[in-house]
Design a protein around this ligand. Structure first.
Ligand code: ZN
Ligand code: ZN
Ligand code: ZN
Length: 161
């Protein structure tokens, strides 16, 4: 009678199957020219599994076994390979998230973010692509910070005052 849990089916896991296993991440990093050391795997996986972009402090809190300077060096490397994006959070903190481009990074993969001025959380709006501004001749855009500020549904429903 314990075989009941088959009925539930792991459908909710399918979304992340591509990134679920360490070996999948390892081969992904390798394909993008990054040697998959254990620290890089830990940092990348933490970012990939998190629902919000993370600050260095949040990553440091999430990864007990890696010190902050190693995390920072790893982020710098992942940024250089366009595997990770940095966004300017509403509170002036740099926030990191994985690039959602499949085989390369492009502006059209980037999405908008929302910063709640009340609870100070930053949300990803994955389905809201950033507008592509037409650049003056000679300028090449490589990243766009598109941050909307306001109140999230939780805070709008229960105003502080
Ligand atoms: Zn990207
Ligand atoms: Zn809020
Ligand atoms: Zn995001």
């Amino acid at each position: 009678m314990e075989k009941n849990n088959n009925a539930q089916g792991p459908t909710h896991l399918h979304h992340r199957e591509g990134l679920g296993g360490g070996s999948a991440i390892a081969s992904f990093l390798e394909a993008r020219g990054v040697k998959p050391t254990s620290t890089r795997l830990l940092v990348y996986r933490a970012l990939a599994e998190h629902h919000h972009p993370m600050s260095l402090r949040e990553l440091d809190d999430a990864l007990d076994t890696v010190d902050r300077s190693s995390i920072f060096r790893t982020l710098t490397l992942l940024l250089a390979h366009h595997l990770v994006h940095v966004i300017e959070g509403g509170a002036g903190t740099a926030l990191y998230e994985v690039c959602e481009g499949h085989d390369h990074c492009s502006l059209s993969d980037q999405h908008a973010h929302f910063y709640c001025t009340s609870c100070q959380r930053t949300f990803c709006f994955h389905s809201l692509h950033v507008p592509q501004p037409e650049m003056p001749a000679g300028f090449t855009a490589t990243a766009i910070n598109y941050l909307v500020k306001g109140l999230c549904p939780d805070c709008a429903a229960s105003p502080v005052k």
